[in-house]
Design a protein around this ligand. Structure first.
Ligand code: PLP
Length: 364
């Protein structure tokens, strides 16, 4: 048998071609600025309190950080009303997803997820030699009946992204609760709630309730989106102790840097910032809905800080043309939706610029 240098599981991946940095793209296209509406970052900027705390902490970066992010966990335990022992903090929710794979997935086991949804789950599943089972969304929503129907003896994880990225749709409390209660006990439900703070629909469930009832549920959250800290990388999981303890086994010794820890601790106290972010999102959503309606474009009603828009023309083509005018969006081709784009809700001037340029392109 031929011996390869790389692990066998890497065969199903494309060789890694590094993406160009925004700085390089700017130079290449001769653009003054690029409006980033492609990654659902917080366009308002970080919390001033977080920035201040991070500046103060800079002098200590010669010391390792607290490996367990205790200050952040204690703060979160108060906010979430759950023991700090149920919480694990790591280097972004992306890393939490990797830890979940490392702790729970055996080779040849199956992971079920809706399609389209967040791609990081598939990457770690394939890397570990497990199998991804993708169940098409129904009317842009997770189809829990169909997901249930796809459960086999090999199923280990079911991933539910609520609100879903890229569609922005939610499952209601009634829908999710029924599902959580009937899934076999040897399966773990991963509830990715990266956008939970943006939800306005009162039927939205709080995944922490299932953790408090000791269900086999791991809730994944991030501080990248709502708290505007994507650049320092910090996220967390909340789960029953029987599950979280295994995540701790695979956690690196010092996964979260000092700046991220003090940044989150400070931003969690900044109620004004939080309100400002949500206010901007609601205003931006309303503006974009209005303009898209006027342009006769279909979009999926969103409960998050982005909108999945059907654009009449090819999404890769539109992506390129928007980029040449300084606007970065996510093309639907990433998820096999070549007529859609996913656009982050930006600040008023950013939304206006996006709509203006989109209109120009579609009129051409
Ligand atoms: C952005 C995002 C994440 C990752 O967040 P980080 O903490 O920045 O790694 C996880 N899940 C979903 C659905 C996301 O959209």
């Amino acid at each position: 048998m031929k011996k390869y240098l790389y692990r066998k599981e890497l065969e199903s991946f494309e060789p890694g071609i590094p993406e160009k940095s925004i700085k390089e793209v700017k130079k290449e296209l001769n653009l003054q600025e690029i409006i980033r509406l492609n990654s659902n970052e917080n366009t308002i900027g970080p919390s001033p309190k977080a920035v201040e705390a991070i500046k103060k902490e800079l002098i200590n970066i010669n010391f390792y950080p607290d490996g367990l992010s205790n200050e952040v966990r204690i703060k979160l335990s108060e906010i979430y009303n759950i023991s700090a022992e149920n919480i694990i903090v790591s280097n972004g929710a992306d890393n939490i997803i990797v830890l979940i794979g490392q702790a729970f997935l055996n080779r040849d086991e199956e992971v079920i997820i809706g399609d389209p949804s967040f791609p990081v789950y598939e990457a770690i599943t394939k890397l570990l030699g497990a199998k991804m089972v993708k169940v098409p969304l129904k009317e842009y929503k997770f189809d829990l009946d169909s997901i249930y129907g796809n459960i086999t003896a090999k199923t280990k994880l079911v991933v539910i992204c609520n609100p879903n990225n890229p569609t922005g749709t939610i499952l209601t409390k009634e829908e999710l609760e029924k599902f959580v209660n009937k899934v076999p006990k040897d399966i773990i439900i991963v509830l990715d709630e990266a956008y939970c703070d943006f939800v306005t629909n009162s039927k939205y469930p709080n995944g922490l309730e299932y953790v408090k009832k000791n269900k086999n549920v791991i809730v994944v959250r991030t501080f990248s989106k709502i708290l505007g800290l994507a650049g320092v990388r910090i996220g967390c999981a909340i789960a029953p102790k029987s599950l979280v303890n295994y995540l701790y086994i695979v956690l690196e010794p010092f996964p979260v840097n000092r700046l991220a820890q003090v940044g989150v601790a400070a931003a969690l106290n900044d109620v004004e910032y939080y309100k400002n972010v949500l206010g901007n999102n609601e205003k931006g959503k309303e503006y974009l809905y209005n303009e898209l309606n006027k342009m006769n474009l279909f979009y999926v009603s969103t409960e998050a800080n982005f909108i999945f828009i059907k654009t009449k023309i090819d999404s890769d083509d539109l992506y390129e043309r928007l980029l040449r005018k300084g606007i970065l969006v996510a093309p639907g081709s990433i998820w096999g939706y070549p007529k859609f784009i996913r656009v982050t809700i930006g600040k008023p001037n950013e939304n206006k610029k996006f709509i203006g340029i989109l209109g120009e392109i579609l009129d051409e």
